[in-house]
Design a protein around this ligand. Structure first.
Ligand SMILES: [Fe+2]
Length: 186
């Protein structure tokens, strides 16, 4: 009989701590992405941390390592939606799909940031992040997401991004402003 080993949230946090200690950030981000892809293969992850009848959730923190201040959050979206174009302030973020894919767009800033409120962005890469796959963003990286109904994703952040000052951009209007994450902007 084949032995099935399930990679748990605690193992993920321990492995991520080890990666940060040995490789640092941003060098360790690719390895943390690999750890997250392993965690995404755990078929019971959401049941264990959200309950048997897995509820949709705007945002639920399911784990935190006090030593590294790494946070693990689950977002379960009942209806299709999209985010603004944004950064994560001083935080790095690794983003993994658990159920259904997310269209991921990476943006590059062209101006030097010297003109207040002005930002010029160009689309750098667009792809579908499929369930089981994760993608890493270093501090300062800019992205946006778009998803369909019934999409669950796991977000791992270095620090609590929801309490940080982050930027949101309007690509058409070429504007940038500080997001108020407390009001649900991101
Ligand atoms: Fe983001």
């Amino acid at each position: 009989m084949e032995t099935v080993t399930t990679y748990t949230l605690d193992q993920f946090l321990a492995d991520t701590r080890a990666t940060i200690e040995t490789k640092g950030i941003p060098a360790g981000l690719a390895e943390i992405r690999d750890h997250l892809e392993r965690l995404l293969r755990n078929p019971d992850l959401l049941k264990k941390h959200l309950g048997d009848s897995v509820p949709y959730t705007e945002r639920t923190t399911i784990g935190r390592d006090p030593e590294t201040d790494v946070h693990v959050l689950v977002h379960g979206r009942e209806k299709a939606g999209k985010s603004s174009v944004h950064d994560h302030g001083p935080c790095w973020v690794v983003y993994g799909n658990y159920k259904n894919p997310t269209r991921m767009r990476r943006w590059r800033r062209l101006d030097d940031g010297s003109r207040p409120g002005y930002a010029e962005l160009t689309l750098q890469r667009e792809f579908l992040n499929e369930p089981g796959r994760a993608v890493a963003f270093a501090a300062g990286d800019i992205h946006s997401i778009e998803y369909g109904d019934d999409t669950f994703f796991v977000r791992v952040t270095g620090g609590d991004v929801e309490t940080k000052e982050t930027l949101r951009f309007d690509v058409e209007k070429k504007t940038v402003e500080i997001a108020n994450r407390a009001r649900g902007q991101r």
